[in-house]
Design a protein around this ligand. Structure first.
Ligand code: CMC
Length: 390
């Protein structure tokens, strides 16, 4: 009944209108609310960028203070959430725990079910942004068997996250401001990216009227895969596997081999057919952070050499495969001391304002339930065969 277009992977289908983020993939441009990502990464801070995504404009000093204070008021999680963690194995992947605990927040905030009420949507957005660092750090602490750390609200958003990750109850926390600034920059670079797979998942789940915590949990699940947010973990594993510059050619050849499923992780993008503007900032940040911390990581040299070879190689040039945001982020995260299994959790934390801003944009406007069609290729109608006749 009726005609529809067939577009597997949504390569040429716009699913929505949106005012939040603009991408020009051919020119490598990314704007949030009209502001270039490199300017936001250099001159803004993460919570200000969250405000921009949620409300469409940079805040005045007064609006910013109010927003930051609101986020601060919601950094703690209900004490019962800590018992929830205990149901997981200690060796669970942190993303598995995050899918569970973020979705579970809907059991604590009944007002979040009332999605038609703007005030309720706003408070859910603030709760999610405020509690993600707490939940992410609790996940890490749980997997290493250390006690959970309470948030310290005199600290900035990123300082607080690092305090909860690396602090312990026996000593006062010492957060390196250079590391905190790098963390903040990483969060900004991940904050939104229009209709990527996880954001589209959040919108699709949201289009059914599901509550925001359940929708963001769906987004976290979609982010986990190595073609999407899981790529940052996969990049570091790949660089470690390469291990030495002398082996780069071997891996490049594998990536080019049609019969080998191996791909160079951190390369290529559905939309960018040019340098991912986030990767440019990330590369520079990697240089700065490693220099500042006095870390000489051979993986950075391998990454730079790999990038150089790939950018000159006919295969990568003709297919317009450039380094993406995930290529250099892992090297910075590793230098900061974040374990590889937590990398995609960091991505999820950073992407939360984008997810919730898109969800809110959809719910506050007019929308229909997301319901794609299919091309049926199964058997034609036939009569049921009783068990004894099969
Ligand atoms: N290494 C080697 N070949 C590649 C790569 C790669 N990383 N990426 C794409 N190709 C080839 C692919 O084999 C295909 O070749 P052919 O036309 O001969 O069949 C061609 O390039 C187009 O690839 P595609 O898979 O059709 O493109 P896509 O737009 O569907 O996929 C992608 C985009 C990001 C999933 C893909 O480039 C990829 O798998 N990259 C590695 C994973 C990665 O770094 N993901 C992070 C993306 S950025 C952050 C985020 O969104 O989370």
């Amino acid at each position: 009944n009726g005609y529809f277009t067939y577009d597997p992977g949504f390569v040429s289908t716009a699913s929505t209108e949106s005012k939040i983020t603009y991408i020009d993939g051919n020119q490598g441009i990314l704007l949030h609310g009209g502001y270039p990502i490199d300017q936001l990464a250099e001159q803004s801070d993460y919570l200000e960028t969250c405000y921009l995504l949620l409300y469409g404009a940079l805040p005045t000093a007064e609006q910013k203070e109010k927003f930051v204070n609101k986020v601060r008021m919601h950094t703690m999680v209900n004490d019962q959430v800590s018992t929830f963690f205990k149901g997981f194995r200690r060796d669970a992947h942190p993303m598995a725990i995050m899918c569970g605990v973020v979705g579970a927040l809907s059991a604590f905030y009944h007002d979040s079910l009332d999605i038609k009420d703007e005030q309720h949507r706003q408070i859910s957005a603030i709760r999610l942004i405020a509690k993600m660092p707490t939940l992410a750090a609790m996940t890490y602490k749980y997997t290493i068997g250390q006690p959970f750390m309470y948030p310290q609200n005199h600290l900035s958003y990123s300082e607080n996250f690092l305090h909860m990750m690396f602090g312990n109850p026996c000593e006062p926390s010492k957060v390196n401001p250079v590391v905190a600034r790098a963390m903040d920059k990483i969060f900004i670079l991940h904050a939104d990216h229009e209709q990527n797979a996880s954001t589209s998942t959040v919108r699709l789940a949201g289009s059914t009227g599901a509550n925001p915590f359940a929708c963001i949990s769906a987004g976290i699940a979609a982010l986990w895969g190595p073609s999407h947010g899981g790529a940052n973990e996969a990049v570091l594993n790949m660089l470690e596997e390469i291990g030495d510059e002398s082996r780069i050619d071997e891996f490049v050849a594998k990536a080019k081999d049609k019969d080998d499923p191996f791909r160079l992780m951190g390369f290529g993008h559905r939309v960018y057919k040019n340098f991912d503007p986030r990767a440019k900032v990330m590369k520079q940040a990697a240089d700065e952070v490693l220099a500042e911390l006095g870390v000489d990581d051979p993986l950075l040299r391998i990454a730079k050499r790999l990038e150089q070879i790939a950018l000159e190689d006919e295969y990568f040039v003709s297919k317009k495969l450039y380094p993406n945001v995930d290529f250099y982020s892992g090297i910075i995260l590793k230098a900061i001391g974040i374990p590889t299994s937590m990398f995609t959790v960091i991505f999820a934390l950073g992407r939360t304002p984008g997810w919730i801003a898109h969800w809110n944009e959809m719910i506050s406007g007019s929308y229909k339930i997301g319901r794609p069609r299919q091309l049926y290729t199964g058997p034609a109608q036939r009569d049921f065969v009783p068990l004894d006749k099969r």
